[in-house]
Write a new protein. Structure first.
Ligand SMILES: CC(C)(COP(=O)(O)OP(=O)(O)OC[C@H]1O[C@@H](n2cnc3c(N)ncnc32)[C@H](O)[C@@H]1OP(=O)(O)O)[C@@H](O)C(=O)NCCC(=O)NCCS
Length: 142
C-alpha cells in the first residue's frame, strides 16, 4: 500500500526517520514540511510498516525527485517500481510537464529503473556527488 504522507502522521514520520537514518539525520521530515511548501512523500507500507519512500518536490507544473529509497531487505521486489509508477500516475493526472532527477553515474540499478519508466539522460553534472558525476534525467509528460 502506498500513502501520501501528511505532517500530522507522526507515527509514519518517526518510523521513516528511524529506518532511513542516513537520509533523515540531515533534516527532519516535519521540519521539511514546515519549511518547504513543495515537498511531498509517497510511502510504501507493508503490514502497516514503512519499507520504502519517494520524496519529491511538486513545483507548479513539474516534479523533482529528491530521495528514493527502499530498505535493503525489501529491494528487488518491485517496491521501487511501484513507487515510481504511482508518482508518474499522479503527474499525468495533474497534467504536469515533466519529472526530473539526478542520479550518480555509477548507480546502475537506479538508472535502469528510471529508463524502464521512460526517463532519458539529459546531461552530465560534473562532480555533482563530490567526486562522482551525476546524470540529470527527465521524463517528459507532455
Ligand atoms: C533504487 C531503489 C529505490 C529501487 O528499488 P527496488 O524496489 O529495489 O527496485 P525494483 O525491485 O522495483 O526494480 C529493480 C530492477 O532493477 C534490476 N536490477 C537490480 N540490480 C541491478 C543492477 N545492478 N543493474 C541494473 N539493474 C538492476 C532488477 O532486475 C529489477 O529489474 P525489473 O524491474 O526489470 O525486474 C533501491 O534499489 C534503493 O533504495 N537503492 C538505494 C538508494 C538509491 O540508489 N536510490 C536512487 C537514488 S537516484
Amino acid at each position: 500500500m502506498i500513502i501520501d504522507l501528511d505532517i500530522k502522521n507522526s507515527h509514519y514520520i518517526e518510523e521513516l526517520e528511524e529506518k532511513f537514518p542516513n537520509i533523515f539525520s540531515k533534516f527532519g521530515i516535519k521540519n521539511d514540511f514546515s519549511n518547504n511548501p513543495y515537498t511531498k512523500y509517497l510511502v510504501y507500507l507493508i503490514d502497516n510498516h514503512v519499507v520504502g519512500f519517494l520524496n519529491y518536490y511538486l513545483i507548479y507544473d513539474r516534479i523533482e525527485i529528491v530521495e528514493f529509497n527502499v530498505l535493503d531487505f525489501f529491494q528487488n521486489k518491485h517496491i521501487g517500481s511501484k513507487l515510481l509508477e504511482e508518482l508518474i500516475k499522479l503527474a499525468v493526472s495533474k497534467k504536469l510537464k515533466n519529472i526530473t532527477l539526478e542520479v550518480r553515474v555509477d548507480n546502475l540499478k537506479a538508472i535502469y529503473i528510471y529508463k524502464k519508466y521512460g526517463f532519458k539522460e539529459v546531461s552530465i553534472r560534473k562532480k555533482y556527488y563530490n567526486d562522482v558525476d551525476g546524470i540529470l534525467m527527465e521524463k517528459e509528460l507532455m
